[in-house]
Design a protein around this ligand. Structure first.
Ligand SMILES: Nc1nc2c(c(=O)[nH]1)N[C@H]1C(S)=C(S)[C@@H](COP(=O)(O)OP(=O)(O)OC[C@H]3O[C@@H](n4cnc5c(N)ncnc54)[C@H](O)[C@@H]3O)O[C@H]1N2
Ligand code: MOO
Length: 390
């Protein structure tokens, strides 16, 4: 059995992106850049009005000035603002040659083609200079950065029609167990329970950058499991198997990958919950086995699957431990390093009362994992502990 740190280290070593692809900007949200986005244009491309009003020469104020034309965003005024003249202008429109200022229309009085201004020039010129946002060639979003909704605006604004991103790892989730029924059907089937874990694991993997191709329920029948494994290995870069990780007579999660030449990278980690978690390689794909107990599955998915997925998708950095203050006592750690489910409250982290690895209800409010090391004594409110967003 290896330690959690050793398992996490192995995961990080393996988790390298499998090549890049170019995608249209409309499909780039959430992806991770394989190449930086540099500006293809100056922004704005020309000096532009920041307000609706009149473009003019400051020294001509307060007028009256002769109105000689209009400048709209998308169709500017081709002429020049000569002494004693002005041009009607709208926000975003190019400022015509000769003008050095836009006066807002609220301070203008117009009669036919004569415009006078009630206020002095003031300090604001209401002009956004060419390239004042960014210049051609400027680095806007660096390689390795995820394309957030905010970064998407800068990348599209840079005139990038497509971007180079790391390929998303394709994931198949196989939920094993004779007792599992689709949610909504368990109550009508004696001996069955709802299959819950694959939904959480798939959503978590997507949240960290995977593309989930499929999630399947498979009964504890070795032939059916081997068929499911072979089909998953054909389509996916990464396969997650839930359940059957322990030592029961029908625990086939590893056996089902043996015909594909399963090579185990680790099997069992000294952590609580989640001891039976394992990682292997078969037919050139990665296979991660999560325990069937729902809390164990979600804790191991957060601690080992999330870093695997972020590494494969080029992003990295899923294990950012932060110090948090305890708002309630934290029990002493036993022999196995323990990841205590806790709730974040305004006064700090509150360890949850229910810590059963088979529980599902506490997952709703467990937004933190608190890390406690083997044999660590109990901790008191006010103490600082290591925590991870769950
Ligand atoms: N003799 C031993 N028994 C067990 C050990 C051990 O070391 N020696 N380890 C325990 C630990 S720790 C864990 S964790 C569990 C994990 O076992 P498995 O991965 O084999 O999980 P299952 O037996 O298949 O299921 C456990 C539990 O979870 C329910 N389950 C399974 N899959 C789902 C699902 N997709 N959705 C909802 N619920 C699921 C299943 O019905 C069981 O109740 O083993 C201990 N045993
Ligand atoms: O790891 Mo098991 O998750 O301790 O019950």
């Amino acid at each position: 059995m290896i330690s959690f740190d050793e398992a996490a280290h192995l995961v990080l070593e393996l988790a390298r992106p499998a090549g890049s692809e170019r995608v249209p900007i409309a499909r780039a949200a959430g992806r991770v850049l394989a190449e930086p986005v540099r500006a293809m244009i100056d922004s704005p491309p020309a000096d532009a009005a920041a307000m609706d009003g009149y473009a003019l020469r400051s020294e001509d104020l307060p007028g009256p000035l002769r109105l000689i034309g209009e400048s709209f965003a998308g169709s500017g005024f081709a002429g020049t603002v000569e002494p004693g003249t002005c041009v009607r202008i709208f926000t975003g429109a190019p400022v015509p040659t000769g003008a050095d200022r836009v006066m807002i229309q609220e301070n203008a009085a117009r009669t036919d083609d004569r415009v006078s201004f009630s206020e002095g020039p003031g300090t604001a010129r209401h002009i956004r200079g060419r390239g004042s946002d960014f210049r051609t060639g400027q680095l806007l979003v660096d390689a390795g950065e995820p394309i957030t909704p905010r970064a998407l605006v800068a990348a599209a604004g840079a005139d990038a029609g497509e971007v180079a991103v790391w390929r998303q790892p394709r994931l198949v989730v196989l939920a094993t167990g004779d007792e599992l029924a689709p949610p909504g059907e368990a109550r009508t089937r004696p001996g069955q329970i709802p299959e819950s874990v694959s939904y959480g694991v798939a959503a978590l993997a997507e949240q960290w950058g995977a593309r989930v191709l499929e999630t399947c329920r498979v009964a504890d029948d070795l032939k059916a499991l081997e068929r499911a494994a072979a089909s998953a290995l054909e389509q996916a870069d990464l396969i997650v198997v839930t359940g059957g990780a322990s030592v029961g007579e029908r625990d086939f999660a590893k056996t089902m990958f043996e015909p594909a030449g399963l090579e185990l990278l680790f099997s069992k980690v000294a952590m609580k919950p989640g001891k039976p978690v394992w990682l292997g390689r078969a037919a050139g794909r990665l296979v991660m086995g999560l325990p069937g107990n729902p809390t164990s599955a979600m804790v191991t998915a957060r601690l080992l699957l999330a870093p695997l997925v972020t590494g494969l998708s080029g992003r990295g950095g899923a294990l950012e431990w932060q110090p948090v203050r305890l708002a309630a006592p934290l029990a002493a750690c036993g022999e196995r390093e323990t990841f205590v489910r806790a709730r974040r409250s305004p006064s700090g982290a509150e360890p949850l009362g229910q810590q059963d690895s088979g529980a599902q209800a506490p997952l709703v409010e467990a937004d933190l994992l608190l890390r406690t090391r083997p044999q660590e004594p109990a901790r008191q409110p006010g103490d600082i502990v290591e925590a991870l967003e769950f």
